[in-house]
Design a protein around this ligand. Structure first.
Ligand SMILES: *[C@@H]1O[C@H](CO)[C@@H](O)[C@H](O)[C@H]1NC(C)=O
Ligand SMILES: *[C@@H]1O[C@H](CO)[C@@H](O)[C@H](O)[C@H]1NC(C)=O
Ligand SMILES: *[C@@H]1O[C@H](CO)[C@@H](O)[C@H](O)[C@H]1NC(C)=O
Ligand SMILES: *[C@@H]1O[C@H](CO)[C@@H](O)[C@H](O)[C@H]1NC(C)=O
Ligand SMILES: *[C@@H]1O[C@H](CO)[C@@H](O)[C@H](O)[C@H]1NC(C)=O
Ligand SMILES: *[C@@H]1O[C@H](CO)[C@@H](O)[C@H](O)[C@H]1NC(C)=O
Ligand SMILES: *[C@@H]1O[C@H](CO)[C@@H](O)[C@H](O)[C@H]1NC(C)=O
Ligand SMILES: *[C@@H]1O[C@H](CO)[C@@H](O)[C@H](O)[C@H]1NC(C)=O
Ligand SMILES: *[C@@H]1O[C@H](CO)[C@@H](O)[C@H](O)[C@H]1NC(C)=O
Ligand SMILES: *[C@@H]1O[C@H](CO)[C@@H](O)[C@H](O)[C@H]1NC(C)=O
Ligand SMILES: *[C@@H]1O[C@H](CO)[C@@H](O)[C@H](O)[C@H]1NC(C)=O
Length: 610
């Protein structure tokens, strides 16, 4: 047996950077080694923590960053589906001035309890994903809240699209994706100028606003009376009475508008559809199955919990409960528990893989190419500088008063991280976003590099027919440069003495008619993973994407569609007996991920790794 050196399989390629044509999804199987000393990802993590150390000493990311970080108490932690030890990568900083009250922890660690603010929205939706039937998400809000039904019936006679919210056309799924077109907060949980004017009528003059009839206002919003009397109680049905006649911001499902209000309604809807209290729903769906002992849907009240809680500012505010806001922003958790939540989503622990796949998709775009929205994922589209490959990052930001946080999942690499922070001002939000950028910009290239290295040792090499009489050989290599389009390159493909390398490349590339015809180099086709089942069947299927040699051209949206959109143009076109001619299935060791053979599907031949 011949031992391959990396020189044989790591091939330098001169292909211009930032090329389109990629299939969505990862270019390599998800890296398995995140935390060891030899992992590129580990080196990148150490670089980030060293940078944070320097920043906290006044250097690193600069003066402003230094002031922000110093004044923020925060905890950060990584997690990986494949590498349990990645969870031990944590970073904690205690800013004593933020934790200077009588109650709460004076030094943070991975079990410190933070208010997670709007990360609650994700946790609420996750509980719904686990417990609801797929069709429940299509339930209109009028079937849950009779007040909305009455309102729709009342306004049907004289309906006005700019004045009347069409509650019968807004579904439970719409509000989970901020697509209800409904108000952001709604009285009395907002900072509405009207509310401020109740305490200080001069506010109206400052804004040049007309006075309103107070008794009418009080009648319109049943919850307002509680707030007036100092109680923060607001029953969701009373809240609904106040918001029913509010103005629509958009028509249903038309355009995203961040809405806390939607999540108050979602909480009520989940309780209705599952016939459980929201607290019970969280427990049954998530907290108990995942062992989230430090995640609470009510403010910590036991002394042992309060002792571990991050109380920035006054305890009254930090531990304040406004029950209606719980599904939107009232959950408390730790980075250890957020890691468990993140891993369980990536690993489909609580629901089937198809449901996870459906959930980890955008539902709507935003006005920026780099950001999209799911339920209620805030999706960031990270573009790798060298290759132009896009990695979608599924996140949920939390930001409320003194508390901010982020839960971040990168499905392509099956890793994620969380950051929770607090300050006695509002500086923590920017601090956390800066930390997340620093980590992301360092991790992303490292993850691609680590994926490339593991693919080099696990999959690259020469594979030959067991039957020595059959002259069939496949050699796959990994591009050495991060500038090249990633994936596996075929450097040799002979089937039964027929050299197919160039024929395959030429045929695939010319699936998209080009004038003048593109020169078809085998370097322009790449094997990328399409179905990964390493721990199950021990198989990873690859198909080919083609690299568009000219890349994107401004003003050529239509003419570039086929070259940029392999999913529509080249994939699965060239078949034999309905089996893709460009499909290769690697048979790997379930534990190590190392290939021992590859099956060329259409050729019905298994080739042994040499
Ligand atoms: C982190 O990596 C960058 C890029 O390689 C380097 O410039 C920087 O000095 C490193 N920082 C630390 C603290 O190691
Ligand atoms: C950080 O806190 C100090 C006081 O502890 C204050 O003087 C400074 O302005 C704060 N910096 C920022 C960016 O908030
Ligand atoms: C992910 O799921 C697999 C299969 O269900 C399981 O064996 C594995 O332990 C899980 N990984 C983690 C990190 O929970
Ligand atoms: C904490 O508060 C006390 C009294 O309120 C004050 O004397 C002390 O300087 C504060 N410590 C910090 C680190 O801000
Ligand atoms: C306020 O509204 C109530 C009920 O509609 C009405 O009885 C009252 O006269 C109004 N007050 C003023 C000052 O307009
Ligand atoms: C859900 O709401 C509908 C409509 O208001 C109501 O008929 C039903 O009783 C509610 N179910 C639960 C479990 O609250
Ligand atoms: C959670 O608490 C229960 C009961 O106290 C305990 O049995 C379990 O081990 C705890 N789980 C974790 C992950 O801490
Ligand atoms: C909470 O912390 C205080 C101060 O460290 C300690 O005296 C007290 O015993 C702790 N209480 C509990 C229930 O852990
Ligand atoms: C935060 O606390 C520190 C120390 O107690 C104080 O100097 C600073 O002014 C506080 N900042 C805000 C915004 O309250
Ligand atoms: C290999 O090629 C020979 C000659 O063309 C042909 O007879 C034979 O069927 C082929 N075998 C396979 C396994 O493709
Ligand atoms: C296998 O086929 C290739 C391509 O046709 C040819 O170059 C090579 O000589 C053949 N090898 C053997 C051992 O027949």
């Amino acid at each position: 047996m011949r031992v391959l050196t990396s020189a044989l399989t790591l091939i330098p390629l001169c292909i211009p950077a930032a090329l389109g044509g990629h299939l969505p999804g990862p270019a390599y199987p998800a890296p398995q080694d995140i935390s060891s000393d030899s992992s590129r990802v580990g080196a990148s993590w150490k670089n980030v923590t060293a940078t944070l150390d320097q920043t906290l000493k006044g250097g690193g990311l600069g003066k402003l960053a230094s002031a922000m970080l110093k004044n923020t108490t925060f905890s950060m932690g990584m997690f990986s589906v494949h590498d349990k030890d990645a969870s031990s990568w944590q970073y904690h900083h205690t800013a004593p001035s933020t934790l200077n009250g009588t109650y709460g922890t004076k030094s943070v660690d991975a079990d410190s309890i933070y208010r997670v603010a709007s990360i609650s929205k994700l946790i609420t939706t996750y509980a719904g994903m686990v417990e609801l039937h797929e069709n429940d998400w299509n339930t209109p809000l009028t079937e849950i809240y009779p007040t909305f039904k009455d309102f729709v019936e009342k306004t049907a006679v004289d309906f006005d699209a700019t004045r009347d919210i069409e509650w019968d056309k807004i579904t439970v799924g719409d509000i989970a994706a901020h697509l209800g077109g409904i108000p952001r907060l709604g009285i009395p949980v907002s900072t509405d100028i009207l509310l401020r004017s109740l305490a200080n009528p001069a506010v109206l003059d400052a804004w040049g606003l007309p006075p309103l009839n107070q008794s009418e206002i009080m009648a319109q919003y049943p919850c307002l009376q509680n707030v007036e009397s100092g109680k923060m109680e607001c029953d969701v049905d009373d809240y609904v009475k106040g918001i029913a006649s509010n103005l629509p911001r958009y028509q249903p499902a038309a355009s995203p508008l961040y809405s806390d209000s939607g999540f108050f309604l979602l909480g009520g809807a989940l309780a209705n559809l599952t016939s459980m209290s929201l607290d019970d729903l969280y427990k049954k769906a998530l907290f108990e199955p995942l062992g989230l002992n430090n995640t609470l849907s009510k403010p910590p009240s036991e002394p042992k919990d309060i002792n571990r809680t991050v109380i920035a500012g006054t305890a009254e505010l930090a531990l304040q409960e406004i029950p209606i806001t719980t599904p939107s922003g009232g959950i408390y958790s730790t980075i250890n528990d957020l890691s468990k939540i993140g891993i369980s989503i990536l690993n489909s622990t609580l629901m089937s893989i198809d449901r996870t796949n459906r959930w980890l998709k955008p539902v709507t775009f935003t006005g920026d190419l780099r950001y999209a929205l799911g339920r209620p994922w805030e999706i960031y589209r990270y573009e790798h500088k060298d290759s132009g490959v896009v990695t979608d990052i599924y996140t949920k930001l939390g930001d409320s008063g003194s508390y901010s946080g982020l839960l971040v999942l990168v499905p392509d690499f099956e890793i994620g991280f969380s950051i929770l922070g607090a300050s006695n001002g509002t500086v923590q939000a920017q601090a956390i976003q800066l930390i997340a950028d620093t980590l992301t910009n360092s991790l992303m290239p490292a993850l691609v590099n680590q994926g490339r290295q593991e693919t080099l040792s696990n999959l690259a090499g020469t594979y030959k027919s067991k039957d020595k009489k059959l002259n069939t050989t496949l050699t796959v290599a990994v591009p050495s440069s991060s500038k090249s389009s990633p994936g596996l390159v075929i450097t040799e493909w002979v089937s039964n003495s027929t050299d197919l390398k160039s024929l395959l490349a030429e045929t695939l590339i010319n699936q998209v008619p080009k004038l003048p015809p593109a020169k078809a180099s085998p370097n322009l086709v790449r094997l990328v993973p399409t179905i990964q089942d390493t721990s199950g069947s021990g198989q990873i299927a690859f198909q080919m994407e083609t690299v568009d040699p000219t890349g994107p051209i401004p003003g050529h949206l239509f003419t570039k569609m086929y070259s940029a959109g392999d999913w529509a143009s080249t994939i699965d076109q060239l078949n034999y007996h309905d089996i893709p001619i460009n499909e290769f299935v690697f048979n790997v060791d379930k534990k190590t991920g190392k290939a021992h053979s590859v099956t060329a599907s259409a050729y019905n031949v298994e080739l042994e790794r040499q």
